[in-house]
Structures are given as structure tokens and as C-alpha cells.
Design a protein around this ligand. Structure first.
Ligand SMILES: N[C@@H](CCC(=O)N[C@@H](CS)C(=O)NCC(=O)O)C(=O)O
Length: 237
């Protein structure tokens, strides 16, 4: 049984999709990052960097529980556990890992900064033109890298749908927030539409969305900002 600690963000959604695709049994534990659940000492034991997602597999290696954090590591673990969406052939697996790491080191951090300066910083009264432009440019560049990669192939790696595709897709669901238009990237758009139509993608993207909207309806935006970007975030624990 997988005990998943998550919230409906791109890094959470990629794990939701993998779990839906593989059919593994799992239960969901909300980590409301706007309310500060990520700083709970019990959660920090699972995820010392105070970020979701994290998980416990009660049936880990040797039949013993194992806990993991970092969504890329979690995808690799789930791929190895199930033998699904993670090629066994060495060359194809390394190709998959390259594109997974491209997401973890490029798409995630850069698009995350794009969100920060275009949306959150502005909500907090900071209009920082250079940062907005830099991360918009970097986002456009990264979309271009994916578009070029998909010019002569259906999937990012290994000639099949893998954890690499699964890791990139959720970030592009927030393209409006990033100021991007998929019509400018036709190869990427075709690939995106195929993944978007998969039932597991639809189901994974919905997990905790209604719950979040309900529980956070009354949340003071100042409290959320304090937890995400203020002194609560930077307190030494
Ligand atoms: N590299 C990490 C990033 C995870 C991450 O940034 N999670 C964010 C939400 S998408 C989070 O938990 N933020 C809460 C916080 O920063 O306090 C991963 O891929 O798992």
C-alpha cells in the first residue's frame, strides 16, 4: 500500500498520474502547503526539505516499509516497483532518466520561478520586470526544447510513454499562468493532447482539487504567503 502525502500542484500531480496509470493501491494524505502542513514535524521526518510530495510504501524492499521524498525519486521507485513506464533496457532507461532530470532540474524550477514572479510576487505588491522577463524567456526556451525533441518522435524518451513524459505534462497544464500558448509549439501540443486525454491524467489532475478549494476558501491570503514565502518558510527547523 502506498501512503501518499500530496497536494494538487504539478509535482504532486505527476505522482497522482503514475499511481493512477499503474493501478497501485494508494491512500491520499493532504499536505496543505498554503496552511503550513509542510512544517509539521511528522511530515518533516518524511520530507526534510518541507516540500510535498512524499510517500511511504508499506511494502517496500524486503517487504519492509520505505519512505521517499522528491518526485523524481518517487517516479523512479514506482517505475522499478511495477516495471511500468520505466524501461528495463539500459540505454532506454538512461534516455528516460535524462529527460526526467531535464524536468527536475529545468522545467520544474524555472517554470516555478515564472509562477512566482508573474503571479505570487505581484500579489504581494512586487512588480519585478527583470525577473518576470527572465523566467518568461526561460519558460519559452524550455517549451522550445521539448517541441524540437518531439519533432520526429511521439514521446520524450525510449519510444514509449514513460515517467519522463508524466513529469513534464503537469507543468504545462499551468501554461496560462506562465503566459504561454501551446499553439506556438505544434509538436509539443500534439504530445500534450494525447497525454491530456488519458483517463489517468484526468483522474490524477483532479485529486484533492475540490478539497483544496473548499478548505482554502476562508484562508487569509496573508497566512498562505507567510507559509509559502515569508518567515514561516525560512524559519530554521
Ligand atoms: N524537487 C521537489 C520540489 C517539490 C516542491 O517544490 N513542492 C512544493 C509545491 S509544488 C512545496 O511543497 N512547497 C511548499 C513549500 O515550499 O513550503 C520535487 O520534485 O518533489
Amino acid at each position: 500500500m502506498i501512503e501518499l502525502y500530496t497536494w494538487p500542484t504539478p509535482n504532486g500531480v505527476k505522482i497522482h498520474i503514475m499511481l493512477e496509470e499503474t493501478g497501485l493501491e494508494y491512500s491520499v494524505h493532504p499536505v496543505n502547503i498554503q496552511k503550513g502542513d509542510q512544517f509539521d514535524p511528522e511530515f518533516l521526518k518524511l520530507s526534510p526539505n518541507n516540500k510535498m510530495p512524499a510517500m511511504i510504501d508499506t511494502d517496500g524492499p524486503g517487504g519492509e516499509p520505505v519512505s521517499l521524498f522528491e518526485s523524481g525519486a518517487m517516479l523512479i521507485y514506482l517505475g522499478e516497483k511495477t516495471g511500468m513506464f520505466y524501461p528495463k533496457d539500459d540505454r532506454l532507461r538512461y534516455e528516460t532518466l535524462c529527460w526526467l532530470m531535464f524536468q527536475m532540474g529545468g522545467i520544474g524550477p524555472m517554470l516555478g520561478q515564472n509562477h512566482h514572479f508573474r503571479l505570487h510576487a505581484r500579489q504581494m505588491g512586487h512588480e519585478i520586470g527583470y525577473a518576470i522577463e527572465r523566467y518568461a524567456n526561460e519558460t519559452r526556451r524550455l517549451y522550445g526544447v521539448v517541441d524540437k525533441r518531439l519533432a520526429d518522435r511521439e514521446w520524450l524518451a525510449a519510444g514509449e510513454y514513460t515517467i519522463a513524459d508524466m513529469s513534464v505534462y503537469p507543468w504545462l497544464r499551468l501554461r496560462e499562468r506562465q503566459g504561454m500558448d501551446l499553439d506556438d509549439f505544434p509538436n509539443l501540443k500534439s504530445w500534450y493532447d494525447v497525454i491530456d486525454a488519458r483517463p489517468a491524467s484526468r483522474a490524477g489532475a483532479e485529486i484533492l482539487v475540490a478539497y483544496r478549494d473548499e478548505v482554502n476558501a476562508e484562508l487569509d491570503p496573508g497566512e498562505a504567503q507567510e507559509n509559502m514565502f515569508g518567515s514561516a518558510q525560512y524559519a530554521r527547523r
